[in-house]
Structures are given as C-alpha cells and as structure tokens.
Design a protein around this ligand. Sequence first.
Ligand code: SF4
Ligand code: SF4
Ligand code: SF4
Length: 163
Amino acid sequence: MRYCMVIDLDKCIGCQTCAVICKMHHAQPQGTWWNRVFTQGSDYHQSAVGTKDGFKIEYLPVSCQMCDNAPCERVCPTGATYKNEEGMILVDYDRCIGCRTCMAACPYGVRQFNWKDPKKAKEEAGYAYGYPFDVTEKGKRLVYTQDRERHVISAIWMIPTPK
Ligand code: SF4
Ligand code: SF4
Ligand code: SF4
C-alpha cells in the first residue's frame, strides 16, 4: 500500500488554512512554511490575473509531493532521507548532518532548514521550534519530518497568528 494526498484545485479557495495548521502542528519557526498556497500567475496572494478573456484566480497549494525516485533522497549523502514501505519520504534525524543538499535538489522548494537555536526558541517565542520536542532539545537541526504518531487538531479557532 502507498499513501498519498491529493487536493482538488477546483475546490481550493486559497484560504491558507492548510498552511497555518501545518505550521502550528509542527511548531515551525518564523519564516518557515512546509505547506504553502500560491496564487498562480500573481506575485500577490488572492490577486486576480488578467487574461484575454477577463480576470481569473487560481490557487496552488504546495506541500511535499512524496516523489517517486525523489531527488532529495538521491542526493542525501548520509542516507538520512529515505522512503519507507508506504512510499513516504522521511528524514532520520540521527543521520542528518544538516548539509542542505536535499534543499537544493527539491524541485518544489519544500525542504527548509531550521536555523533557530532550539535552546533559545522558547524564550524568543514562548514555544519550542521544531517537532518533536525531544529532537529540538538535543540541538538537532530539522529539515523535514520523521515518521511519527499523528494527532488530530480539530478546533479551527485554536489556530494562532502565523509567526
Ligand atoms: S488553501 Fe488549503 S485549506 Fe484552504 S481551501 Fe485550499 S487546500 Fe483547503
Ligand atoms: S522534499 Fe521535494 S524532492 Fe523530496 S519528496 Fe518532497 S517534493 Fe519530492
Ligand atoms: S540536510 Fe540532512 S537530509 Fe538533507 S541531504 Fe543533508 S544529510 Fe540528507
């Protein structure tokens, strides 16, 4: 069995809730967004683009594509990036040396490096950057997410202002 997630672009209204809830769930630092939503053809979100037939708005949510023959996996020098039996691309924190080669290789700009000092994170923002906490406590640098238990966050009003 292989897992995947699909998004019906005809139904996407560009609300960015998916991006915010992802950021919240993974306790990402300021400036880091693992899930992003673009307005196609425009530099500004939710701004219409002129066409010969009038104006249009099309949204494009972008998250990890869990690629076949994934570029990030191919270039990783330590084997930290790997694919599990269900086709998910994951990172083994203990093998990651933070070289960021995977960032350069990802054609979707999905990989991001957490530059923040996890020890100072709590003082600066009141919450610990990165997830899970024990990884950030050990001072490790998280480039992506490891296989782990998932928790459902159901209350939309719990979403804080994005940092
Ligand atoms: S931006 Fe994300 S949460 Fe909002 S409608 Fe599109 S896919 Fe759904
Ligand atoms: S991080 Fe980028 S290259 Fe790697 S599987 Fe995800 S989308 Fe593909
Ligand atoms: S930053 Fe980590 S996961 Fe990415 S290529 Fe380097 S060792 Fe591999």
